[in-house]
Ligand binder design. Structure first.
Ligand code: NAD
Ligand code: UGA
Length: 460
């Protein structure tokens, strides 16, 4: 079949895979190829077990793979073949040298720019889909123009706003698609090309354009605002616990004000995921770089409150269980950083599990999709850990249940059955406030939610 356009995506991860599958699904007359330096990832995308779990993803991949969606290892040839190149390589926090633990590590990004320059045999539109510090496009342009190539490389910014667990519906019905470009003739032409692509399924009014720097910065700011809401409600959950107020009731009352809105006001064990912390630290670093100390410290506190929330949660477990966890069996329900994903990057469960192990607790970890990643995250950590997918088997013989991921399946557990199988007194620490606390209390559990009064059978 002759395709109308040929599009390449460099980076076959959580963003590259699903976002390109969606383009392929919506544009059957375009050929989409996704490449990666990790050959195992490409093999997995071509197999029956995709490298990531995301509701609805498998169905779309099955419909498009081999027809107009291809996963390929030959980066050099694919750069030559395609005229529109999305770049969605990872941009983790730098762990060494200047800006360590703060700024983005751009080595993968820069390597990609050099590869595009080296292998290109025609002009290209290069689209930043990774989340990057503002002004990164400038560095990309400098690299792409460094060899005085006869080809034109037009760099656009098109940050991705999908969330894991809901990636497919987010990609299908995005609140907005943001395209940043230069206001030059070539910049506007490239911008029009990308608008044409998204217009296949996104309403025109939801496709917005800006200059490149606003686009790059908007992505960091969107994540910072979302994380800030989580930290705001979590900070209030600490106050609720001291005052017998209920954080869910407070969130409902506050969120019903249309100016505030009710989303992202669920108190819990703090935000995880590969991006919130990294992107805020990136913002903080940028502010420091431009000598905006007060702005930097304002945003840094969003991360600090997140750490505080996790510390508070562990210390609550320790104190409620009579000040010692040594030799006690604790069942961790959920290791993924949120429901409906197997991703455990920056999951609060990692920190919480490590702290519980340091108290010499024995952990039995359960999760429907994240056990493989959990085992990698905790490898090398001293202590007794078992991984059991079935929550009933995992809980049997334990002293406490600790709910760390908001999987729907945990709401529906038979807590009568679980209670019978546990050591008494039995405890539940609901780090996501997802189960029926009163019901579990009436079964016999001592129940400790976040930001709500504890329900305990102890008289003193
Ligand atoms: P990821 O680690 O899942 O995927 C990145 C992939 O890029 C990896 O498979 C890696 O092998 C590959 N790669 C690195 N260098 C390469 C190179 N030179 N050539 C070819 N492949 C290369 O990361 P991700 O979660 O998909 O995130 C990618 C970017 O998107 C990040 O900047 C992130 O901040 C941003 N983002 C992520 C999400 C999300 O939900 N995960 C959402 C929006 C934006
Ligand atoms: C987030 C953003 O929502 C996306 O828009 C963005 O594209 C993405 O980061 C990114 O840049 O990577 P994601 O991290 O996948 O998406 O998931 P979220 O739904 O935002 O949840 C992040 C964390 O906050 C999770 O640990 C979640 O449990 C926690 N959270 C969220 C709460 O504790 N309370 C809430 O009310 C909402």
């Amino acid at each position: 079949m002759k395709f109308k356009k040929k599009i390449l995506c460099i980076g076959a991860g959580y963003v590259g895979g699903p976002s390109m599958a969606m383009i392929a699904y919506k544009c059957p007359d375009y050929r989409i190829t996704v490449v990666d330096i990790n050959p195992d990832r490409i093999d997995a995308w071509n197999s029956s077990e995709l490298p990531i779990y995301e509701p609805g993803l498998e169905q779309i991949v099955k419909k498009t793979r081999g027809k107009n969606l291809f996963f390929d290892k030959d980066i050099e040839n694919q750069i030559k073949e395609n005229d529109i190149i999305f770049v969605s390589v990872h941009t983790p926090t730098k762990t060494y040298g200047t800006g360590a633990d703060m700024t983005a590590d751009l080595q993968y990004w820069e390597k990609t720019a050099r590869q595009i320059l080296k292998y290109s045999r025609s002009s290209k539109i290069v689209i930043e889909k990774s989340t990057l510090p503002v002004k990164t496009a400038l560095a990309m342009e400098k690299i792409l123009s460094s060899a005085k190539s006869k080809f034109n490389f037009e760099v656009l910014s098109n940050p991705e706003f999908m969330a894991e667990g809901t990636a497919i519906s987010d990609l299908e019905n995005p609140d907005r698609v943001l395209i940043g470009s230069h206001e030059t003739k070539n910049g506007l032409k490239a911008r029009a090309e990308l608008i044409k692509l998204y217009s296949r399924w996104v309403p025109k009014e939801n496709i917005i354009t800006s200059n490149i720097w606003s686009s790059e910065l908007s992505k960091l700011v969107a994540n910072a605002f979302l994380a800030q809401r989580v930290s705001s409600i979590n900070s209030i959950s600490a106050l609720c616990e001291k005052t017998d107020a209920d954080v869910s009731e407070v969130a409902k009352a506050v969120g019903m004000d249309k100016r505030i809105g009710d989303k992202f006001l669920k108190a819990g064990i703090g935000f995880g995921g590969s991006c919130f912390k990294k992107d805020i630290l990136n913002l903080v670093y940028l502010c420091r770089f431009y000598d905006l100390k007060e702005v930097a410290s304002y945003w840094e506190n969003v991360v600090r409150i997140n750490e505080y929330q996790q510390e508070r949660f562990v210390s609550n477990i320790l104190h409620s269980m009579f000040g010692t966890l040594a030799g006690k069996k604790i069942c961790i329900l959920g290791f993924a950083f949120k429901a409906d994903t197997g991703d455990t990057r920056e999951s609060p469960a990692i920190y919480i599990s490590q702290k519980l192990l340091m108290e010499h607790a024995e952990l039995i970890i359960s999760d429907p999709k994240a056990l493989k990643n959990a085992a990698v995250d905790l490898s090398g950590i001293k202590g007794k850990v078992k991984y059991i997918e079935d929550p009933y088997q995992a809980a049997a013989g334990c002293h406490a249940l600790v709910i760390l991921t908001d999987w729907d399946t945990y709401r529906k557990l038979d807590f009568h059955k679980i209670y019978k199988s546990m050591v008494k007194p039995a405890f539940i620490f609901d780090g996501r406030n997802i189960i029926d606390h009163k019901k579990c209390f009436s079964i016999g559990f001592n129940v400790y939610p976040v930001g709500k009064p504890a329900l305990s059978h102890f008289k003193v």
